[in-house]
Design a binder for this molecule. Sequence first.
Ligand SMILES: NC(=O)c1ccc[n+]([C@@H]2O[C@H](COP(=O)([O-])OP(=O)(O)OC[C@H]3O[C@@H](n4cnc5c(N)ncnc54)[C@H](O)[C@@H]3O)[C@@H](O)[C@H]2O)c1
Length: 285
Amino acid sequence: MTGNKKIAVIGAGTMGTGLALNLAIFEYEVILIDADPQALQRAEAKIPGDLRLFRMMNSEKKWPTSAELLARIVFTTEYKELEDVRIVIENIPEDWNKKEALYRNIRGVFDPETLFAINTSCIAITRAAACFHRPQNVIGTHFMNPVPLKNFVEVITGYHTSEHTVNTIKTFLASFGKKCVVVKDYPGFVSNRLSHLFMNEAAFLLQDQVASPRDIDLIFTEGYGHAMGPLATADLIGLDTVVNSLEILCNSYQDPKFRCCPLLVKMVQAGMLGRKTGQGFFKYT
Ligand SMILES: NC(=O)c1ccc[n+]([C@@H]2O[C@H](COP(=O)([O-])OP(=O)(O)OC[C@H]3O[C@@H](n4cnc5c(N)ncnc54)[C@H](O)[C@@H]3O)[C@@H](O)[C@H]2O)c1
């Protein structure tokens, strides 16, 4: 498979669409797979707008045109497209039952040499790797959102992840400008074990009416100098993903410090998922 520039991205939501766009900018041939044809249509429609935005943010760089980018991405619902890809990066929702069903369904489709990278917020890589025939080829790649603008990835090694897999993934990430740290496998890794405590407690502060969403976030942005406050971060991630991740952390560690704030659950039930629905803790037009 040497020289093969074909990468599969499964899940065309927030992360998968950003990742497909980022890989296409770096001239990878991308197979973007989603179970929902409408999600693929939304991804295809979103990419030109995102590209315009990046062009405005960095006008010095030579960008491909929308047509060139879209020509590098195959939008499909067909898993048979996985047959000859070098690396698969899975980005479906943070729901163990959905991920497990997908892994068992597709594990026989791709080549034995293909590496399988899991973009998860909290799910243990060792648990996920147990669903595959070759757990040594499975690794966690926790990309940051929005993927094309965040040049950093938290890489997670499962119990069986081989050194070859780690080195290949590091080289692959570097090939499209990503730096990384490699951490060991426990649910939530480093990033989300910490950040979800912040986001959850910020929701409790709001529920207790201690301060407004704006003021809670200002303490982080103006006070601590963070680029974003915890509530704006939760909106960016998607409140459904945050709730799912907290449930995984709570169940995995059996530790009530990760119990999900009821206000977060209520907002998800009300369809206020953050940026992706236009309304979360803040409003987006
Ligand atoms: N949103 C973030 O900021 C963020 C950051 C890092 C990691 N993650 C992780 O990335 C993963 C994806 O998150 P997201 O925010 O992009 O989710 P999302 O809900 O925006 O998108 C998920 C996509 O997967 C599709 N899907 C569902 N089941 C499928 C299946 N069986 N086969 C193919 N496609 C399927 C859905 O139709 C949807 O388009 C999650 O595990 C999440 O925890 C998210």
